[in-house]
Design a protein around this ligand. Structure first.
Ligand code: NAI
Ligand code: MG
Length: 492
């Protein structure tokens, strides 16, 4: 026996194998007490005189005072964007535009930890995700579109691409910085200027982004950020000085926006809800599929429009798969978003928690069987345990409505035709997943699934070069890739 082995031999066996807390330090983030509106490169006090408090959903701790922009404020922002568009941005050599975008991408990378901590603090998502997914993808989007800025003539040959003017952009709270990047990067690359409104519960990373805009020395007015709730968004949609609206959020608001812009000549893209089918065939590698299912629905507490919220399992493997899934659920760690060991963080808001609770109640009432692993939820803040429903009827609310929380509904099928029919039996069409070892079956399914994105033997994978967007009530228009530039261009 070596000395090392002897030491190991004598080491006491831990009595408790649970993870010790590993919180990420908050010190890197410095918050102001109150924030104004970022208009024309300056911080303006809101003319509305209104503000509200943004909190951490994990603790309900107040973080900062945020301006609630009114119509007059929105008008100032649009004016600043128009001015910047006419005064230079639209005429700037495309290679110069690219330089700014590359600069923003690099600054985001340099300040990634600060942004990741802030994103988790204000939004409740696990730091592991904001650090490893949101931030790298946000920077990647700027890098990607920076590369296209001076190649638009090649991207759209013989079509003479021209910018539209001012883009009004309204984003949700589930991926605050990433959604900002998805909106701002292609708009600027195409030569537009923007007024962006972050979601009311998660304004802080967009406000920190204003710092990046200044650091990159972007000409004033090219990017303007107005904070506030749906009223601010509505004012932006209505403003006659906006040439294009890009919206990501609920189907309900998306429809209202579509009605509002009808007949105005404004361009519109909508990225709305989803109820994605994640289809598991009996020849799939089960352990891998389990990880994909977990990532598909518990990633970001299920606050994901393309979440794999409807699990379709081939009947012959239903029992072993559900047993494995339940066992895996018991290993998910729910808690402090800033803890590096956390898998499932806080629900983003009281309102979202209420919606999840209401829908989950209907699940039990409608006869489905609910499973939640034993886990202790923090007393303060907004929390919901990872949940699986089995015995779910096709027509039940939990199988048809978007829950936008960590709740999975399991259904079964027998044949590929039945899987396809059930998968497509939805008002939405944003994404889908297929798990099988047969390439031919993947292709057969992918050609027939009515969904903008189909993942094969994986789920929730993103890349800036790959277009993303929906069918039916999931909206229209694509973000990402060359497709994502088109909505910001007109062709002569
Ligand atoms: P929402 O659609 O109300 O909010 C999204 C954004 O739109 C926010 O910035 C909000 O301030 C803004 N907004 C609200 N009303 C508006 C209006 N009349 N005109 C212009 N902008 C407006 O979504 P909410 O209420 O936060 O969530 C409700 C449900 O919507 C969720 O439970 C989920 O099912 C779905 N949702 C889907 C998202 C997606 O990524 N596709 C993102 C967020 C929510
Ligand atoms: Mg709403």
């Amino acid at each position: 026996m070596t000395e090392l082995e002897r030491t190991h031999d004598r080491a006491p066996v831990p009595s408790d194998w649970s993870y010790a807390p590993a919180p990420e330090s908050r010190d890197i983030v410095s918050l102001r007490e109150r924030y104004g509106l970022f208009v024309g490169g300056e911080w303006l006090e809101p003319r509305s005189g209104e503000s509200y408090t943004t909190i951490s959903p994990a603790t309900e701790e107040p973080l900062a005072e945020i301006a609630q922009a009114g119509e007059e404020d929105v008008a100032l922002a649009v004016e600043a964007a128009r001015g910047a568009y006419a005064d230079g941005w639209s005429q700037l050599a495309p290679s110069e535009r690219a330089k700014y975008l590359f600069r923003i991408a690099r600054i985001l990378q340099e300040r990634a930890r600060e942004f990741a901590v802030l994103e988790s603090l204000n939004g409740g998502k696990p730091i592991r995700e904001s650090r490893d997914v949101d931030l790298p993808l946000a920077a990647a989007h700027f890098f990607y579109y920076a590369g296209w800025a001076d190649k638009l003539e090649y991207a759209f040959p013989n079509r003479r691409p021209q910018p539209l003017g001012v883009a009004g952009q309204i984003i949700p709270w589930n991926f605050p910085l990433m959604m900002l990047a998805w909106k701002i990067a292609p708009a600027l690359a195409a030569g537009n200027t923007v007024v962006l409104k972050p979601a009311e519960t998660t304004p802080l990373s967009a406000l920190l982004f204003c710092d990046v805009v200044r650091q990159a020395e972007l000409p004033p007015g090219v990017v303007n950020i107005v904070t506030g709730d749906g009223r601010t968004g509505a004012a932006l949609v209505k403003h006659p000085g906006v040439d294009k609206i890009a919206f990501t959020g609920s189907t309900e608001v998306g429809k209202a926006i579509q009605r509002e812009v009808a007949g105005t000549g404004k361009r519109l893209t909508l990225e709305l809800g989803g109820k994605a089918a994640n289809v598991i065939f009996d020849d799939a590698a089960l352990d891998g599929a389990i990880e994909g299912i977990i990532n598909g629905i518990y990633f970001n507490q299920g606050h994901v429009c393309c979440a794999g919220s409807r699990l379709l399992v081939q009947e012959s493997i239903h029992e072993p798969l559900v047993a494995k899934l339940k066992r895996r659920l018991t290993t998910l760690r729910v808690g402090d978003p800033l803890d590096k060991n956390t898998d499932v963080g806080a629900i983003n808001s009281q309102g979202q928690l209420d919606q999840i609770r209401e829908l989950v109640e209907t699940g039990t009432e409608e006869g489905a069987e609910m499973y939640q692993p034993p886990c202790r939820l923090p007393e303060r803040g907004y929390w919901f345990a990872p949940t699986v429903f089995t015995n779910v009827a096709q027509s039940s609310r939990i199988a048809t409505e978007e829950i936008f929380g960590p709740v999975l509904s399991v259904l079964t099928f027998r044949t590929p035709e039945e899987a396809l029919e059930k998968a497509n039996n939805t008002a939405y069409g944003l994404s889908a997943g297929v798990w099988t070892e047969k390439g031919s079956r993947i292709l057969w399914m992918a050609q027939r699934l009515r969904a903008g994105v189909v993942w094969a033997n994986t789920f929730n994978r993103f890349d800036p070069s790959s277009p993303f967007g929906g069918y039916k009530e999931s909206g229209f228009g694509r973000e990402g890739g060359l497709h994502g530039l088109e909505p910001y261009l007109r062709f002569e």
